[in-house]
Design a protein around this ligand. Structure first.
Ligand code: FAD
Length: 289
């Protein structure tokens, strides 16, 4: 179980991958995982579609990570379109496949979910599924957290209040939303500690390797972009290879600073790009890990 790896007293390294949209792309994700395996991550997480339509893919990929790559997998799951029976079935399916870690999320409203279905959803918050998973199994549970506050939160205070409540319900460790300014993470970590949140926190690092990325996933996440990073993207607007190199260097600098500041873990959002993860790991001198 992943919670035991954090007890080794060193910085834990992990990667995130997402299931392919099309069945015929499954070989690509398995090739990606075979490459990521050579980097010896402590665990690999697999995302989950908010509506639940790709839950089988998440489970199959998590199973491959465990049974073919011999690495601890963590399957994401989102509560927004689930009921209790679906939740129990999914957890049982994971257990049958040897997957004993889940990242329990609320998820965002799927585009095709009606107002009525959303208003009447069974689970309102991640905490609601964490309570059930914890009651019914001894699986390791992770939760999400937001160094720059969840976009729907009224204030930092209320976000931390509910985070503490979520952790106390049964979270073993946390993974953060991506951030590009380490000082925001350090402030969040200090406030969480003061609030009595003592589980390990892995820092989510998104290497920016194309200009398009800033306009999509980053904007949607509500994460702020420091001037240094947006200047790099502007500077290399017409030089995609140079931008990729600069984005990787930025991520390496961020990670080295986090390690120097005794972060519990680094979680790299790979966007299924094993080469990017490899370059980052190679540029980090092993003595820093
Ligand atoms: P919650 O913890 O439920 O929090 C959501 C909001 O509600 C916050 O503002 C919080 O302060 C508030 N809140 C929490 N509990 C309560 C309560 N009891 N009463 C009142 N307010 C409360 N999405 C996907 O669809 N698939 C994925 O695979 C996926 N992976 C992710 C991985 C990570 C590491 C992160 C950080 C996010 C991921 N997301 C994913 C996005 C996530 O689903 C969204 O950010 C979603 O909006 C919130 O999910 P949560 O679990 O953090 O929600």
């Amino acid at each position: 179980m992943i919670k035991n790896i954090y007890r080794q007293g060193r910085t834990i390294f992990s990667f995130e991958v997402f299931p392919p949209k099309k069945e015929e792309e499954f070989n690509d994700i398995y090739n990606t995982l075979n490459k990521l395996k050579t980097l010896n991550p402590d665990f690999i997480s697999v995302t989950y579609g908010a509506g639940g339509s790709n839950s089988k893919k998440t489970a199959a990929i998590a199973s491959y990570i465990k049974n073919s790559c011999d690495i601890e997998p963590i399957a994401h799951l989102t509560a927004v379109a689930m009921d209790e029976a679906f939740l129990t079935d999914f957890i049982n399916e994971l257990k049958e496949k040897g997957v004993s870690n889940v990242l329990a999320l609320r998820g965002d409203r799927p585009k095709d979910m009606s107002d009525e279905a959303y208003a009447n959803r069974r689970f309102l918050h991640a905490e609601d599924i964490i309570r059930i998973i914890r009651r019914e199994s001894d699986i390791c549970i992770a939760g999400a957290c937001y160094p720059e506050i969840h976009p729907e939160s009224e204030s930092r205070e209320s976000d931390l209040y509910y985070l503490k409540q979520k952790v106390d319900t049964g979270v073993d460790f946390l993974i953060t939303q991506m951030f590009f300014n380490n000082h925001k993470f350090y402030k969040f970590r200090e406030l969480a500690e003061k609030k009595g949140i003592h589980v390990p926190i892995s820092a989510g690092i998104m290497p920016i390797t194309s200009a398009k990325q800033l306009g999509t996933s980053v904007t949607l996440s509500g994460t702020s972009v420091p001037g240094e990073l947006s200047s790099l993207v502007a500077k290399y607007a017409d030089a995609p290879e140079d931008l990729r190199k600069a984005g990787i260097e930025y991520a390496v600098k961020q990670i080295e600073d986090l390690i120097a500041n005794t972060v519990d873990g680094i979680h790299i959002y790979t966007m299924n790009k094993a080469d990017t993860a490899k370059e980052i790991m190679e540029q980090l001198s092993i003595s820093k890990i």
